[in-house]
Design a protein around this ligand. Structure first.
Ligand code: GRG
Length: 301
């Protein structure tokens, strides 16, 4: 990755970090209700603990590609990151994946307690809709409403939560490739798809451009999951505190398990090539998004 592109991505991650920190403080402070300090701390712990901020970066870059560089995009991107962080806090709970370590430190329920982690997740999910309804996101209320509805769908029963349910419901039995693709598209793909789509919607792009960015998001969502499953095969994941091999122990089927490592790597290359092709019409302007999709495939954590 060139130094200039790396700087763009690092800058966006840094701006997101600052925006999310100030929004969490600002929104909590502005509400004239008692704010349980412990819940506030747990929300901050779950949301401000140094993730890669991939989904927000994708949203900001998709918007930028289509000519939209307003500050409000960072608020919409913060909303999406809150949903992602809630899902991780809940996924780590004993009732789900039962993980002790996330992002190299104790999971939210280990640092606090299970009830607090559940409530912190609930409050992060709901605050996300507070953020996305903020007038500063976009002056057009129809755009804010569309984003809100699409974010609800990406995270709910037809998206991430539904995908998680399908995953849990079919543990310990053989799954077809189609079933695995479907549940992954929902469980991890839906938020990534929404990130790219939302960037285009914020830019008031044509329906053609929105559809193109949506397809790009679907492809890199699948690539993200494949890369994650491939990472689980290596020791690297353990170094950063991931539960290496845990999915296999829990009886979860993956595309890597089904296709084999070699075929999975080829499929990953094919997906990144397809993602590049989708961005061809945008020429050099798409360089950052292309770099991001390559990073998603090659990442080491
Ligand atoms: C609890 C409703 C509910 C859903 C949980 C996202 C999810 C659904 C579960 C996460 C399980 C998991 C670890 C899947 C692998 C892919 C993934 C989402 C990894 C974490 O995302 P990153 O790599 O994390 O973007 P960071 O820490 O960088 O934000």
């Amino acid at each position: 990755m060139s130094v200039a592109l790396k700087a763009v991505i690092t800058d966006t991650a840094q701006s997101l970090e600052e925006k999310l920190t100030s929004l969490l403080g600002e929104t909590l402070l502005s509400q004239e209700v008692a704010r349980p300090k412990r819940l506030q701390e747990a929300m901050n712990y779950a949301a401000l603990s140094g993730g890669k901020r991939l989904r927000p970066i994708l949203m900001v870059e998709a918007a930028r590609l289509l000519g939209h560089t307003q500050e409000g995009t960072l608020i919409a991107a913060s909303a999406l990151e809150c949903i992602h962080c809630y899902s991780l806090a809940h996924d780590d709970l004993p009732a789900m994946d039962d993980d002790d370590v996330r992002r190299g430190r104790p999971t939210t329920h280990k640092a606090f307690d299970e009830a607090t982690a559940i409530l912190a997740g609930d409050a992060l999910l709901t605050i996300a809709f507070d953020f996305i309804a903020d007038e500063r996101v976009h002056p057009d209320p129809a755009i804010r409403l569309r984003l809100s509805q699409e974010m609800a769908r990406a995270s709910g029963i037809g998206g991430m939560a539904g995908g998680q349910m399908l995953d849990l419901a079919s543990e310990h039995r053989d799954r077809t490739e189609a079933e695995i693709r479907q549940l992954q598209a929902m469980k991890t793909g839906a938020l990534i798809r929404f990130a790219c789509r939302a960037g285009a919607i914020l830019a008031s792009a044509s329906e053609d451009d929105i559809a193109r960015l949506t397809r790009f998001g679907e492809i890199i969502g699948l690539a993200f999951q494949l890369a994650d499953d491939l990472l689980d095969l290596t020791g690297d994941a353990q170094v950063v505190g991931k539960a290496t091999g845990k999915d296999a122990e829990a009886g979860k089927a993956t595309l890597v398990g089904l296709l084999g490592e070699e075929n999975a790597r080829q499929e990953l290359d094919r997906l990144i090539h397809e993602a590049d092709e989708l961005l061809e019409p945008y020429g050099d302007k798409a360089q950052t998004l292309k770099t991001l999709s390559r990073y998603i495939a090659d990442r080491e954590s």
